[in-house]
Ligand binder design. Structure first.
Ligand SMILES: [Zn+2]
Length: 348
């Protein structure tokens, strides 16, 4: 081997060494980048801040029961949820849109308060928004009358004509009715998510049947409230479909499963858009996965009694927390997110 060759060989070796080094550096950088991305992703999917939103409040009392109003019970259940969440998920920041009987932001206007709720969650970069409500139904508030007996009624007839006319007193038997509230028939829980295509204005219900279609709840915003710029609304809807729908649906599914487990009559997960009269504003205005839980029918005596009781409130709160924990776990395995509503069997 002559000198020239030796130098070439040495250089080649050095070249190899430097190639190997750069290969190593490249691999290391790639690995670090991937790790960084994974960490960022893990952090991104972490549940750091949850906003609990007790429906209504203050002047907006919500649906009415025999003894209570929706605003009061939604607050009591929400406070219980917070108390337990603070204990069971100590690393998660729990915020509430209200913790007393006022409209959030101490506002006096219900629609303004709805906007406040959504802004509050957005400004605090919440990872999850859970609104808690109670339902009511005209079917539970029907009155009927029934005959409870008879009574004697006095009446007069005229006899004769002109100045000679006389009033004659007579009596007759008439039935006596009583107005009574017919037994409440509608009860159970429902959890709402926005439909994945909520912007299209199509009401897609994944609910079990139409038997509770006539439920009423005053949570729905008026059309004017959502005068979103069409472009902005479309972008929001796309973002929602891409990032939030599956997560919202997953949590909603878990919530209803947990309710069913404790023996509640679960109506499953329902999807709503915002264009219809029943659009749920807070769900479309929050920029994070969000659900709205109807914890039961306040105008059904059994459910009102249950949701008024400390035991009932505790059971409901524990179910919601079990669902949130399952949701937090599944965030680490996004392939396990629920893709289709499984609790409902009917789409209309
Ligand atoms: Zn409500």
């Amino acid at each position: 081997m002559d000198m020239e060759n030796l130098i070439v060989k040495k250089n080649t070796k050095m070249l190899h060494a430097s190639k190997n080094l750069s290969k190593f550096v490249l691999t290391a950088i790639t690995a670090l980048l991937i790790l960084g991305l994974l960490t960022a992703n893990a952090q991104k999917s972490d549940l750091k801040t949850i906003v609990i939103d007790p429906g209504h409040g203050g002047v907006d009392v919500g649906a009415g029961g025999k003894y209570t109003r929706e605003a009061m019970l939604s607050l009591e259940i929400s406070l219980k949820v917070r108390e337990l969440l603070v204990k069971e998920l100590p690393d998660v920041k729990i915020l509430m849109t209200r913790d007393k009987d006022i409209l959030p932001g101490n506002l006096s206007n219900k629609d303004a308060a709805l906007k406040w709720r959504a802004n509050f969650a957005n400004e605090n970069n919440a990872d999850l928004f859970v609104s808690i409500h109670l339902n009511s139904s005209p079917a539970n508030q029907r009155y009927e009358k029934r005959k409870v007996g008879t009574r004697e009624e006095t009446y007069y007839v005229k006899s004769g004509k002109g100045s000679k006319a006389k009033k004659i007193k007579k009596t007759r038997t008439v039935p006596v009715y009583e107005r009574y509230r017919s037994p409440a028939t509608v009860l159970g829980t429902q959890t709402y998510v926005l439909a994945s295509d909520w912007y299209k204005g199509k009401v897609a219900s994944a609910g079990r049947s139409s038997a509770i279609q006539d439920y009423v709840d005053a949570d729905t915003a008026t059309g004017e409230l959502l005068q979103l710029d069409p472009v902005e609304a479309r972008i929001k809807a796309q973002q929602y479909a891409k990032y939030f729908f599956q997560k919202s649906l997953t949590l909603a599914t878990y919530v209803e499963e947990e309710f069913a487990t404790i023996g509640r009559n679960s109506w499953g997960v329902w999807q709503r858009d915002w264009a219809g009269a029943q659009g749920i504003y807070v769900l479309s205005a929050t920029q994070m996965p969000s659900i709205l839980i109807e914890t039961g029918f306040i105008d059904h005596p059994d459910e009102e009694e249950y949701l008024m009781s400390p035991e009932g409130q505790e059971e409901m709160a524990r179910s919601i927390i079990r669902a949130i924990k399952r949701y937090r776990d599944v965030l680490q395995n996004p392939e396990k997110l629920v893709e289709q509503p499984t609790t409902g069997s009917e789409t209309d």
